[in-house]
Design a protein around this ligand. Structure first.
Ligand SMILES: Cc1cc2nc3c(=O)[nH]c(=O)nc-3n(C[C@H](O)[C@H](O)[C@H](O)COP(=O)(O)OP(=O)(O)OC[C@H]3O[C@@H](n4cnc5c(N)ncnc54)[C@H](O)[C@@H]3O)c2cc1C
Length: 504
């Protein structure tokens, strides 16, 4: 039984169910879905710097210095995938409370130490791991409180996407959280946030931050909102790993939970990509805003003998509707399109909930060595087509390319998030062996080069900032970039907080 099977396979049967799970497993393996960080031992490079030896007395959470036997295991656990950066903070503290964060930032400021923060460690470049200074791990700060009347949530930064969605769902509410269950809201929202149904729920997710508690240099706590520190509120919404403070809490706008989510899936051989993108161009121009289209160039988990089908294009369509009838109406144009006709496997009108969309049984651990880069584009068809031949040469079968079609572009004066086009294309590389790092990263560089003619800028949360530092700046407009630098000078004049990777 192969994944690519009959063209008329439209109903869920035992065998299609198995094949669907194979696909979902593959997606998990590809890192589309949830993964939980693993410990992995590497070697120490630089010698220890100035440890924050006095911190033990000031914070309730654990403090791990370089001399500690547990240091390397802790350091490695700060990044969820296995390609750990060779960067070594002098001290890692696992904050138990906001008070710990205040104490740690104050201590670092007073003692001339630099500070970085980490929520769930999903940043592909391990941005939170920096050389020297204090790394504040916020993983234990994961509370959530829903105010159903106000349709808001108060969250702590390390709350996972799936946890927020689950809690909000109990009150008939929802949030455009990340597609992967374990991505924390902290880093996700600071960089923008392109999650479930976000085109409908306020564009990028950071626009749904109503206020945030921030610990600034010196350990000063402020609350940023449209009425209080509006300049910091602006920076908070999009600065990503270049933010100059630690976010300890946020108030978020929630949305009505769709009562009838339905999904359809179409798989075609890569050779059919032209037909697929032609069809999607048409469908995208008429689709309901609540329809999310995700296109994946991926490797067939069970390649048939016909090697033509070893690389495939999968289109997932999610309709966030309120009745079954409405969902069917939203998905029908896809079922009647050239996309469906070109597919060799399809599974349509499947009822779903956020619990099934995030279902851990449908994904594998996905752990591997990882890299990602992306572009925003107004020309997704040409962008995807430009990658076809290159995709055939991926060094790892776990690698995939994702295109998020038709995200609603909206730029706002009250947020520094400043690069968005109508569509998003990202290359996600996952591989197993360190010896293959160079080959895979060379593949990524070539993919970036091929996409460049179609690029309208990059998304700060998913760039390979270590190898290609110029992509940090290309995530911002000239004005936003300049204004962020002014605000950094104003709020962190002594550079207590690390700036973006590759910047001091
Ligand atoms: C499997 C997977 C799935 C993903 N899915 C999506 C998706 O669907 N949509 C999407 O938009 N993105 C997605 N991402 C990307 C994700 O948004 C970024 O990797 C984001 O940086 C992760 O947040 P984090 O809190 O884990 O960051 P961390 O790795 O913990 O931190 C990264 C940096 O963010 C800053 N930071 C984090 N928390 C704080 C804080 N509380 N205060 C101050 N600074 C902080 C720091 O500068 C830190 O260096 C995904 C990533 C992975 C690995």
């Amino acid at each position: 039984m192969t994944l690519i099977d009959k063209p008329d396979c439209t109903r869920l049967t035992m065998s299609t169910d198995l094949r669907r799970r194979d696909v979902l497993r593959q997606l998990g393996a590809l890192g589309i879905s949830g993964t939980i960080g693993q410990l992995y031992s590497g070697s120490l490079f630089a010698g220890p710097g100035k440890a924050a030896t006095g911190l033990n007395r000031l914070v309730a959470g654990e403090v791990i210095n370089r001399e500690d036997d547990r240091y390397e295991a802790w350091r490695n656990s700060m990044v969820w995938h296995l390609r750990k950066p060779d960067r070594y903070p002098d001290t890692i503290i696992r904050a138990q409370s906001e008070q710990d964060v205040i104490a740690a930032v104050k201590y670092a400021t007073d003692n001339g130490l630099k500070v970085s923060a980490r929520s769930s460690g999903h940043n592909a470049t391990g941005a939170a791991l920096r050389d020297g200074g204090v790394l504040i791990d916020l993983a234990l700060l994961r509370d959530v409180e829903i105010d159903a009347g106000q349709k808001t949530a108060r969250i702590q930064p390390a709350l996972w996407s799936e946890q927020l969605v689950r809690e909000a769902g109990k009150h008939g509410l929802a949030f455009p959280a990340a597609h992967c269950p374990t991505v924390a809201l902290g880093g996700y929202l600071l960089g923008g946030g392109a999650g479930w149904n976000h085109a409908h729920w306020g564009s990028v997710a950071c626009y749904s931050i109503k206020s945030a508690d921030i610990i600034l240099a010196g350990g000063r706590k402020i609350t940023a909102s449209p009425d209080s520190y509006p300049d910091l509120f602006w920076a908070l919404r999009g600065a990503g790993p270049g933010f100059f403070g630690v976010v300890t809490g946020m108030e978020l706008q929630l949305y009505h939970l769709p009562q009838a989510i339905h999904t359809s899936m179409y798989i075609s051989p890569l050779d059919n990509l032209q037909t697929v993108v032609d069809s999607l161009d048409d469908l995208n121009s008429v689709k309901d805003e609540r329809v999310e289209i995700l296109v994946l160039l991926m490797h067939n988990p069970q390649p048939p003998e016909d090697t033509n089908q070893a690389k495939t294009c999968m289109v997932g369509v999610n309709a966030f509707a309120d009745t079954e009838e409405e969902a069917k109406t939203m998905l029908a144009p896809f079922a009647n399109s050239g996309l469906a006709a070109a597919s060799v496997f399809r599974l349509e009108y499947q009822p779903a909930t956020f619990a099934t969309l995030y279902n851990p049984e449908n994904v594998d651990s996905g752990i591997g060595r990882y890299a990602v880069d992306n572009v925003w584009t107004d020309n997704p068809s040409q962008a995807l087509l430009s990658l076809v031949e290159h995709f055939r040469t991926t060094p790892s079968t776990r690698t995939h390319v994702l295109c998020s079609y038709g995200v609603k572009p909206e730029l706002r004066a009250d947020a520094c998030f400043s690069r968005i086009a109508n569509h998003y294309v990202a290359s996600y590389l996952l591989w197993n062996d360190a010896e293959a790092d160079r080959t895979n990263l060379t593949w990524l560089k070539r993919a970036n080069d091929l996409l460049e003619p179609y690029s309208k800028g990059t998304y700060i949360n998913e760039i390979e900032a270590t190898l290609f530092p110029e992509r940090i700046k290309s995530s911002f407009s000239e004005e936003s970039w300049k204004h962020l630098a002014e605000l950094r000078k104003k709020y962190d004049p002594d550079n207590v907080f690390h700036s973006w990777l590759s910047y001091t």
